[in-house]
Design a protein around this ligand. Structure first.
Ligand SMILES: [Fe+2]
Length: 285
């Protein structure tokens, strides 16, 4: 059994100022860290699926790095399009997989595995430097194919920043994920993959992809406005911050499965009250 929390799109700015002049991302991260530490049972690990910084500056990483030291559990980072990979690796020097992956890829990508848990974690870098949209070049696809082939029987979760398919929120669908079809075919060849989970959209979404399930985490810093009209540009909205909890557990018949909860938080000093009891829950005769 394993509980994995996923937080995404923190968007801490240089100086800790509100992102886009509006979103108090510093307070949102503090709320999320507090809630993660209060969870019972405690997640074994936290995966962070990119846009850790808003501007990629060393100053922003120093702030977020200091705050994340308060987490009671290990965490693993993957970059988003707002991140500067070398600054990220420099700021989190104790996460030596960052610098190692960058060095081994000639500065291209931060791709790595974590093999110490019941679910194998693969951090997959989908960032194309200088671009807002993402994708996977041939080198990264080859790395993933080899990595999956090395451990074909272990349940595996891939976490990455960009959604590899359309979101139906038109303003976010103008930049196709590079090599999306090749990525889907690769995923379909490896049936140990329980999940691909992303960020970037700042909104919880679920879909099928390749032969597996794909989820998207809400943002820590702000949420994407849900507007499915085709002529409306994408914008953000200050809905409550939220994160995902991926739970690897046995079904009634002993079959293991990975299921996902969305956990919404509204203010560090605001609780939604004790749970209320349902009554009259059986089907009426
Ligand atoms: Fe983001």
């Amino acid at each position: 059994m394993m509980l994995i929390a996923q937080i995404s799109d923190i968007h801490i700015t240089r100086g800790g100022l509100p992102a886009y002049g509006i979103a108090d991302t510093l307070s949102s991260l503090q709320e999320v860290i507090g809630e993660l530490n209060r969870l019972d049972p405690t997640p074994e690990a936290v995966i962070i699926s990119g846009d850790i910084s808003d501007d990629g500056s060393p100053e922003s990483y120093a702030i977020v790095g200091q705050l994340l030291t308060e987490l009671n559990m290990p965490f693993y980072l993957t970059p988003g399009n707002h991140d500067q990979k070398q600054n990220l690796a420099n700021a989190f020097a104790d996460h030596d997989y960052l610098a190692t992956a960058l060095e081994q890829s000639g500065g291209d990508a931060i791709c790595y595995t974590v093999d110490t848990y019941p679910v194998r974690l693969i951090g997959l870098d989908t960032v194309i430097t200088g671009e807002h949209g993402g994708g996977l070049n041939e080198n990264r696809l080859d790395w993933l194919d080899k990595t999956l082939s090395q451990n074909p029987s272990k349940p595996t979760l891939i976490f990455m920043h960009h959604l590899p398919c359309v979101s139906s929120i038109v303003g976010m669908d103008t930049e196709p994920f590079v090599n999306s079809a090749a990525f889907a075919r690769l995923i379909a060849r490896h049936d140990q993959i329980q999940r691909i989970t992303c960020g970037h959209l700042h909104r919880p979404i679920a879909s099928q992809f390749g032969s597996t399930v794909l989820t998207v985490s809400p943002g820590v810093g702000m949420q994407l406005n849900l507007d499915l009209r085709t002529h409306v540009a994408a914008g953000f909205i200050m809905e409550p911050t939220a994160f995902l909890l991926h739970h690897w557990l046995a079904d009634w018949d002993g079959e293991l499965r990975l299921l996902t909860h969305t956990h919404t938080i509204q203010g560090s000093d605001y609780r939604w009250g004790a749970p209320h009891r349902f009554t009259d829950v059986v089907s009426p005769s």
